[in-house]
Design a protein around this ligand. Structure first.
Ligand code: AHR
Length: 631
């Protein structure tokens, strides 16, 4: 369209377009977003989680002041059958101090001055009438920062609590529990949480990390994965029912990414987090098959059976149906009552559910997918089921997955691709020709391979094409979201963190700018890129409008090394405030945000005076967002 002739044409696009993908990979949950500071709090680590791990991994045995006795891991009459191990402290003679354990958390416990910390432990006195417990927070040099005493008195399991008020900070502190009397005491679920969790939730999330995620303003949150959702064997499928209820009764298991998941961050916490950040929940469950089912080659370490036996499919399918009831059912329903018991009588308003994650599209998959899909559709026709089309943007699984979804009229399919930045630039037209009568697309995982500004700008260019095709692409999420420094199984990621630092990548700011500037309608004929540029695939642009506010948002992307002129024609809009907010995001092609330099490239916000028609020069390697307020 030539500038000046533009009569903008408007099409409604998905109101949920940009969201996030959360997977417990790279220590995203335990040791990451989940607020628990004690590692292996329930003594359930095993060598199958990670070679060499055992129930006392991350714990040091202390016999201070020459205390005499022994520490052992026991399993007779545990706190709960789902949590079979606990530790026993048998103190023969406490002498000057006592006998106990020290936990250095996940790479140390980061304590902040001026903050309160909630300690809790389940204890059972096995001999004697009471056991005094000395609980301390110590700094890296073992100096005591705070301490308190508790008296375990019950002969049965009972929870004891204490709060620490910290006056001095330490990024690598530890927690110590010493039994200081003579006798025998059993301990389990030794826990320490910052009192300030995100939205002050009990059993809550790390506030700074959760806030950075919330600042993306995602419309939805996909969880719990990724490959984690289907695991690498039936023994490793993510079973949502084992992740709800009291934390000491949840079932911990091996994380497919070669560590341990406590399930402390379980389905209730996921749903609550979605609500707290104003995003829709999008759980993904296994389609009754595990990762690359039936002996696929992509397999990390799972053993055993790869598909739910057909005889067990009714029970497995019921679990999926029950998940919808857990989220949406009245508090009087069986599963809605469990949600209510956890403190949330109101429904979580689940609208989407994914069945399968980039599975190999085998007959085993197809048969099971159909069973689950039919059951969910029959009981909850309004819930939109998302099918899967394999791990790549084309190929056999992709074609077969699409054929099944089209035949069954599945509302959406989940496409995944990780490609070079060039791919994202040259495939900008991918969805322009998608058949609008077929299932819609959830672009559930995508990223260009890298965390440089060029990667981020290539992703920005691609995201304008998602907006342009927001009638067919209903949902999109960059993946993976989180990565803990030193514990990263997958790169690149969107946000890197340590125990005390959070570093949003340059890719993060692109996601944020699109997340914060989503629209309900795509408007064509407003921005004209430099001529021939689409063919060059180095520039891209979009215009969306938010029907609620009347705001018009322009996004101009230049992925080239030279400045590029765009033409903008606002003549078709009435009543816009022409004093706009302009956010520019630009820098050197290879620039990165790192721990050493976390703010190398940051969005810059300035006021911008737009006219009815104007030319805009986009700087090299830049994303510009111009937001005009509706009056
Ligand atoms: O995002 C990381 C992994 O990539 C996901 O677990 C999986 O679905 C994909 O292969």
């Amino acid at each position: 369209l030539a500038v000046g002739q533009a009569k903008p044409t408007t099409k409604a696009i998905s109101p949920d377009l940009f969201g996030i993908f959360f997977e417990d990979i790279n220590y995203a949950a335990d040791g990451g977003l989940y607020g628990e500071l004690v590692q292996n709090r329930s003594f359930e680590y095993t060598p199958s989680d990670h070679g060499g791990w055992h129930p006392l991994t991350s714990w040091d045995y202390l016999h201070e002041g020459y205390a005499m006795g022994r520490v052992s891991v026991e399993s007779a009459a545990p706190l709960h059958a789902n949590n079979p191990h606990y530790v026993q402290l048998r103190v023969e003679n406490p002498l000057q101090k006592g006998l106990g354990l020290k936990n250095a958390g996940f790479d140390g416990i980061a304590l902040k001055a001026g903050e309160n910390y909630d300690f809790s432990v389940w204890a059972r006195v096995k001999s004697g009438t009471a056991m005094p417990l000395l609980v301390q927070l110590r700094d890296k040099k073992d100096k005591v920062l705070a301490e308190t005493t508790l008296s375990a008195q019950a002969a049965g399991w009972q929870q004891y609590r204490a709060t620490f008020a910290l006056t001095a900070a330490d990024p690598e502190a530890s927690l110590v529990v010493l039994a200081t009397g003579k006798g025998v005491v059993d301990l389990d679920m030794i826990s320490l949480f910052p009192q300030k969790t995100f939205h002050n939730r009990p059993n809550g999330l790390r506030a700074d990390l959760a806030q950075v995620i919330g600042d993306l303003q995602p419309k939805f949150v996909r969880f719990p994965g990724g490959c984690l959702a289907h695991g690498d064997g039936l023994d490793n499928l993510y079973d949502w029912k084992k992740t709800v209820g009291p934390v000491e009764q949840r079932v911990a298991q091996r994380n497919i990414w070669n560590y341990h998941q406590t399930a402390g961050l379980g389905y209730f916490e996921y749903f609550q987090f979605c609500e707290d950040i104003g995003a829709k929940p999008l759980p993904v469950v296994a389609a009754g098959v595990s990762c690359q089912n039936s002996g696929g080659t992509w397999k990390i370490g799972g053993t055993g059976q790869q598909c739910v036996p057909l005889a067990d499919m009714a029970a497995y399918t019921q679990d999926v149906v029950d998940l919808v009831e857990y989220a949406n059912g009245p508090a009087t329903s069986t599963w809605g009552a469990k949600r209510a018991a956890a403190g949330h009588p109101a429904p979580f308003n689940l609208e989407y559910i994914g069945i399968g994650n980039e599975d190999k599209i085998t007959p085993e998959f197809e048969e099971r997918f159909k069973i689950i899909y039919a059951a969910v559709r029959a009981k909850y026709p309004k819930v939109k089921v998302i099918g899967t089309v394999g791990p790549s943007p084309k190929g056999e699984d992709y074609d077969k997955g699409w054929a099944i979804a089209s035949q069954l009229n599945v509302p959406l399919v989940d496409e995944h691709y990780y490609e070079k930045p060039k791919w994202f630039l040259t495939n900008n037209r991918r969805y322009d020709t998608y058949d609008r009568t077929k299932p819609k697309v959830y672009l559930g995982e995508y990223a260009s391979w890298g965390n440089t500004l060029f990667n981020a700008i290539a992703e920005a260019a691609y995201m304008t094409s998602l907006e342009r095709n927001g009638d067919v692409v209903q949902l999109a999420s960059y993946a993976p979201l989180l990565a803990k420094e030193g514990h990263t199984q997958w790169n690149p990621d969107l946000i890197y963190f340590t125990n005390s630092t959070v570093v949003p990548t340059v890719n993060y700011y692109v996601q944020q700018l699109f997340g914060q500037n989503q629209g309900t309608d795509y408007v064509s004929g407003v921005v004209t890129p430099p001529s021939g540029a689409i063919a060059d695939t180095t520039v891209a642009a979009s215009c969306v409008r938010d029907a609620k506010t009347g705001d018009v948002i322009l996004k101009l992307v230049n992925a080239s090394a030279t400045a590029q002129p765009f033409q903008v024609d606002l003549a078709g809009f009435k009543g816009l405030n022409r004093t706009a907010t302009r956010t520019t995001f630009m820098g050197d092609k290879d620039a990165k945000n790192t721990f050493a330099s976390p703010r190398t490239v940051m969005p810059q916000v300035t006021a911008y005076k737009a006219t009815r028609q104007f030319a805009y020069t986009a700087q090299p390697y830049s994303l510009t967002v111009i937001r005009l307020r509706g009056k």
